[in-house]
Design a protein around this ligand. Structure first.
Ligand code: NAI
Length: 468
């Protein structure tokens, strides 16, 4: 095989897990190729996930804020409108710009990009097909970073028009008048809010008795009440059992303890989780083992059972989040280069980018107790924070969970405007083994929303200064 088709590392998939892994490999002096079938790099996160949804969330948040709250600031407007096509163009522009940025970054770091669909032939060998031709490549190490795709419910097959998943839900050409969202997870809540802010009547159907199960029940309830205030409706402990589609409208059959009900809607956004994306990779043929959920099985060094083949990101175990995939990618590259690499999956923050944002890291009180830990908790309502009051951001709450014996921080939950940024200091405290006392004694600027973290930590020891 010619030198140009031979690499130290070939990474398959250019999402945050794959392209970051490739960059780190190149930085470490490894001859690296990155295979991607989509002409634009960046994977789900950049093309149809994190980035476009955040652009839509921001645009609709501005609209909603002006519509609902401008007058209270003495800002008077007449005839407030939005233009959906401009809003979508803005989102597409962000995606395009960032896509170009990622390609330029990867190329300038010395990574060779190969366009096409990769299939693993065995240890050290892959084929890349680009529609017209197929090329063979070899590498000492192959890294699978092919990400995830929306799970489909058997009785709600996606048609891209009436029954849709998140890829479609970021690109509607008109606002549905009535939309059902199946699943009150991150995707359902974020996209539910986007379309609700633009005027859709949004009903969220959740199988579990409460939304946001990563939070403690009282925090989930705070979040749900805020959503309800914003116009969303919820059917909890409810499952969809079938759908009838007629003239591009759906009638869902819902079942709960109360009985069976029918829900007629224009669109159904199904957001019941994502599953690993491995189609066409040739994993069964190559003898690569998967777990019971179809994810690639790996050990602590990201090794699959096939020598020289590793995997990172959504396609393996752990939270399906872009930042976790990036950390996997970096650790995997460093291990390949002979260094030590490790990702602390217990310290991966999660964020739902609604308004106020919902962020968490570590264990909830419920999870800590399930582990048999003795905990001490403190909370602080955003309504008691001066900056929140001054800026109309009083919805929300912060909760700190600490070990009752050692005071070590076990988890932090934040429902607050800007929680995605506030959680960063919580993660840092916890990553360094910080205690509630450490957080409570850390000086936070006044007036800031971040003071609510300090106050929640103080209140875990009955020392809250600005709450009763
Ligand atoms: P999810 O796993 O976060 O939530 C799915 C929800 O659907 C759960 O609450 C579950 O109980 C419910 N559910 C499952 N089956 C159901 C059924 N038949 N009927 C009614 N409810 C049902 O999944 P989601 O929101 O689709 O997100 C997928 C992945 O993408 C997650 O890992 C998520 O963390 C990640 N993601 C993260 C984002 C962020 O960090 N902001 C944004 C978007 C996605």
């Amino acid at each position: 095989m010619s030198g140009q088709n031979s690499f130290d590392v070939i990474v398959i998939g250019a999402g945050p897990g794959g392209y970051v892994c490739a960059i780190r490999c190149a930085q470490l002096g490894l001859k690296t190729a990155l295979v991607e079938k989509n002409p634009r790099l960046g994977g789900t996160c950049l093309n149809v996930g994190c980035i476009p949804s955040k652009a839509l969330l921001h645009s609709t948040e501005i609209f909603h804020e002006i519509k609902e709250h401008a007058s209270s600031h003495g800002i008077i407007y007449k005839g407030l409108q939005y233009d959906l096509s401009v809003l979508m163009k803005k989102k597409d522009g962000v995606v395009n710009q960032l896509g170009k940025g990622v390609r330029s970054l990867v190329t300038k770091k010395g990574v060779i990009c190969l366009e096409g669909t990769a299939c693993i032939l065995g240890t050290g060998s892959i084929q890349v097909k680009d529609g017209k031709s197929a090329g063979s490549y070899e590498a000492k190490e192959i890294v699978i970073a092919t990400g995830s795709k929306p799970i489909e419910l058997p009785f709600l097959p996606y048609d891209g028009k009436c029954i849709v998943h998140s890829d479609h839900g970021i690109a509607f050409d008109e606002v549905p008048s009535k939309m059902a969202v199946v699943g009150a997870g991150a995707i359902g809540l974020e996209l539910g809010c986007v379309w609700s802010r633009l005027g859709a009547e949004v009903e969220v159907i959740e199988f579990l008795p409460e939304i946001c199960p990563q939070l403690d029940p009282e925090m989930s309830k705070v979040a749900r009440k805020i959503f309800v205030k914003q116009g969303l409706t919820f059917r909890l402990s409810t499952k969809v059992t079938s759908a009838k589609i007629e003239e591009n409208k759906a009638t869902l059959t819902l079942e709960s303890e109360k009985g069976t009900d029918e829900l007629p809607v224009d669109r159904v956004l199904v957001a019941v989780g994502r599953g690993p994306s491995t189609d066409g990779l040739g994993l069964p043929e190559a003898g690569i083992a998967m777990d019971e959920r179809g994810r690639v099985k790996v050990d602590h060094a990201f090794n699959t059972n096939l020598s020289g083949v590793r995997a990172v990101g959504d396609v393996i175990h752990g939270p399906m989040l872009a930042h976790k995939a990036e950390e996997d990618g970096v650790a995997c590259a460093e291990i390949i280069a002979g260094q030590s690499g490790h990702v602390n999956y217990g310290m991966v923050p999660g964020v739902i980018y609604v308004d106020p944002e919902i962020a968490n890291v570590g264990l909830s009180e419920t999870q800590a107790k399930e582990k048999g830990l003795n905990v001490r908790c403190g909370s602080f309502p955003m309504a008691a924070n001066g900056r929140a009051l001054a800026t109309g951001a009083t919805d929300g709450m912060v909760k700190v969970v600490a070990d009752a014996e050692t005071d070590r921080l076990l988890g932090i939950q934040v429902i607050a405007r800007g929680a995605s940024e506030l959680i960063a200091s919580a993660v840092a405290h916890m990553e360094y083994g910080g205690s509630a006392e450490d957080l409570a004694r850390t000086i936070h600027a006044h007036p800031t929303l971040s003071e609510s973290l300090k106050e929640a930590a103080l209140s875990s020891d009955g020392r809250g200064l600005h709450s009763l």
